[in-house]
Design a protein around this ligand. Structure first.
Ligand SMILES: *Cc1c(COP(=O)(O)O)cnc(C)c1O
Length: 388
């Protein structure tokens, strides 16, 4: 007879050894370091995209306990997921909203980011219907050209905001750096100049937003988090809190501890003879008697096909190369040179083992991408486990 599963996501059952471990201690360490850097300013912790693949709910709970001023998500849906899990901290929905999202945002106290007249209308209508005054942040485009009110339309937007004041309270003013990870790029200074100009206009219209912010991780690490002569009182890092720097020159700026470890185990082990071709297409052929381990992790889990014949893993404190093509659910590694390699050995795909570390930057280089994409790309079927 069919017996019902325990009341949790079946994919979180940890039957397969492949998992992501999220270190609560490392997260604390990084949050405290950032807080020291910013003195009395506020910390908005960005936890969009499932906290960059780390698991938004447990990460947000730790951050909430650490007393961050606010959490940031990209989507209304992500904010609702956190509210459903009991997270009470203020949440800023940074990606703007869409038709249908405003009432949910107002009901669940999610703070929208406004940059289109429709946003303002949608929010006013929802707040009026529920008989409340909703808080919002105004976003201006100072040079990223992605989201934000353009400076040329700012005056009109501020007039509309004034007209909507019964139901909308301007609680924040923000913009976003485009190239803060590039030290010599003059666009950052130019963005700050426009930011200042726009904020002056906001104040001239009688608004005094409690929060003023512009910097992501790259901004914080390059010293532009709270730039001199600029009215900023909140920073908005994401990847920094997870212990990863957005560019290698920035990693020397902070004693970060990576929060994420990605692990699996050896689930099949055998000796193959010289001349044996391995995996789809036989792109790797054993040149010697080879001890070959099968790992239950593949590109469907985010272990990229670009790691085929190029990547490596850690086993018994040693590196072992990925051989042959990475497949959807499985990968193969040559463990001939790992003394004592055995079935069920723990294997580290990303993180530390023994004295060695496989960094997100290294995996990113293999895939010609950035650490963000590696972490966000870890598949939904990999359980995320918080460890103390
Ligand atoms: C993603 C994001 C951040 C955080 O970026 P990091 O590089 O991870 O610090 C901050 N602000 C906005 C608007 C974002 O979209």
């Amino acid at each position: 007879m069919f017996k019902e599963l325990p009341r949790r996501r079946a994919l979180d059952l940890l039957i397969r050894p492949t998992r992501v471990e999220v270190s609560e201690r490392a997260l604390w360490h990084n949050v405290r370091w950032v807080k020291q850097q910013i003195g009395g300013a506020g910390l908005l912790a960005v936890v969009k995209a499932n906290a960059y693949g780390h698991g938004a709910v447990h990460v947000a709970r730790v951050l909430e306990r650490e007393g961050v001023a606010m959490l940031g998500v990209a989507l209304v849906e992500e904010g609702l997921e956190l509210r459903n899990a009991g997270v009470r901290a203020p949440i800023l929905v940074m990606g703007g909203s869409y038709e249908g999202g405003y009432e949910l945002m107002v009901q669940h106290e999610l703070t929208p980011t406004l940059f289109r007249f429709e946003h303002l209308e949608g929010l006013s209508r929802a707040a009026a219907k529920l008989g409340i005054r909703a808080r919002a942040h105004l976003k201006v485009d100072t040079g990223m050209a992605r989201l934000g009110v353009q400076l040329s339309e700012l005056t009109d937007f501020l007039r509309a905001l004034t007209a909507a004041q019964t139901h909308v309270e301007l609680d924040g003013f923000m913009s976003h750096f485009a190239s803060a990870d590039d030290p010599g790029n003059p666009s950052t200074e130019e963005q700050l100049r426009r930011y200042g100009q726009a904020l002056t206009a906001v104040r001239a219209h009688g608004f005094s937003p409690r929060w003023r912010h512009v910097a992501n991780t790259a901004g914080v690490l390059s010293g532009m988090g709270l730039p001199p002569q600029t009215d900023v009182n909140l920073v908005r890092p994401g990847i920094l809190l997870l212990g990863v720097a957005p560019a290698s020159w920035l990693s020397a700026k902070a004693p970060l501890e990576p929060v994420l470890s990605w692990k699996t185990g050896v689930t099949h082990l055998k000796t193959i003879e010289p001349g044996t071709a391995v995996s789809y297409g036989g792109t790797w052929v054993a040149q010697r008697r080879t001890l070959l381990a099968t790992l239950p992790v593949g590109y469907a889990d985010g272990f990229g096909r670009s790691f085929s014949n190029r990547g490596s893993v850690l086993i018994r404190g040693q590196r072992a190369p990925v051989v042959g093509r990475v497949t959807m659910d499985m990968s193969l590694v040559d463990v001939t040179d790992v003394p004592g390699a055995a079935l069920h050995d723990e294997v580290v795909l990303l993180g530390a083992q023994g004295g060695l570390r496989l960094a997100a930057e290294e995996l990113a280089a293999l895939s010609d991408t950035i650490p963000y994409e590696i972490m966000c790309g870890i598949g939904a079927r990999v359980p995320r486990v918080l460890v103390g």
